[in-house]
Ligand binder design. Structure first.
Ligand code: ADP
Ligand code: ADP
Length: 217
């Protein structure tokens, strides 16, 4: 069977991670989040983690070459046998070209790019209320609260706020997105792969809209 690769596109806080997890679960694909991979490396104090840390804390992008190598390694693992939902990658035109080459070598290509559209003022509120579980599960203080405050519903671990979700860093990350990542909207539009999703709807409505678009490919 042909492999399926989806690219979740959208600004920080749009809901890429939340949706990527659910879409990957429903379609039985791997979920590849470059942000999660970098955070894992940071926690384990690997060389890659040490390199990424200063960029992440400043809300800047980690250089393309290391990011692409990390994805290349991840995408060749056995759990990507049926394909993957890419979340937070690509983030620059260079990364998008590298992904095309990489998938081309595997005899495949990107099948669909759900672009989750949310206005800037909503993003700041979403990110300042984002609560993370060490497992990578994502909650929101108001929009997706855990059953018990600051506690993960499934494994009981302590939730935390990301260092880079502070308002100053958030504003910079949105600028970085507008400058370096938003050109990908046109890139994928030209390839006829982009489908615009209204990200201001409730979480389940957004999932339904993405699944509907996947069904129409
Ligand atoms: P991204 O991966 O694009 O940065 P996340 O999936 O981490 O975004 O979501 C950012 C925050 O917004 C999280 O706290 C999440 O629970 C919340 N969120 C995600 N989707 C929605 C939605 N449709 N409505 C309200 N809040 C949402
Ligand atoms: P968000 O979900 O809020 O958009 P991520 O978790 O995807 O944030 O990314 C967090 C940080 O990790 C980014 O600000 C950046 O420093 C780094 N990062 C993640 N993905 C990439 C990428 N594809 N290229 C470069 N840096 C990345």
């Amino acid at each position: 069977m042909a492999k399926m690769y989806l690219v979740m596109l959208g600004p920080p806080g749009a809901g890429k991670g939340t949706q990527a997890k659910e879409i990957a679960r429903q379609l039985k694909l791997a979920h590849i989040s470059t942000g999660d991979l970098f955070r894992e490396n940071l926690k384990n104090e690997t060389e890659l983690g040490k390199l990424a840390q200063s960029y992440m804390n400043a809300g800047e992008l980690v250089p393309d070459d290391v990011t692409v190598r990390m994805v290349e390694d991840r995408i060749s693992r056995p759990d990507c046998e049926r394909g993957a939902v890419l979340d937070g990658f690509p983030r620059t035109p260079n990364q998008a070209k590298a992904l095309d080459d990489l998938l081309g070598k595997l005899g495949s290509s990107v099948k669909l790019v759900p672009y989750i559209k949310v206005p800037d003022e909503v993003l700041v509120e979403r990110l300042s209320g984002r609560w993370m579980s060490p497992s990578g599960r994502v909650y929101h203080a108001k929009y997706n609260p855990p059953k018990v405050k600051w506690i993960d519903d499934l494994d009981g671990s302590q939730l935390y706020q990301r260092e880079d979700d502070k308002p100053e860093t958030v504003r910079h990350r949105i600028e970085v997105y507008n400058e370096q990542t938003s050109p990908l909207i046109a890139y994928y539009q030209e390839k006829n792969l982009l489908v615009e999703i209204d990200g201001t709807q409730g979480i389940e409505k957004v999932t339904d809209a993405i699944m509907k678009a996947v069904g129409e490919v």
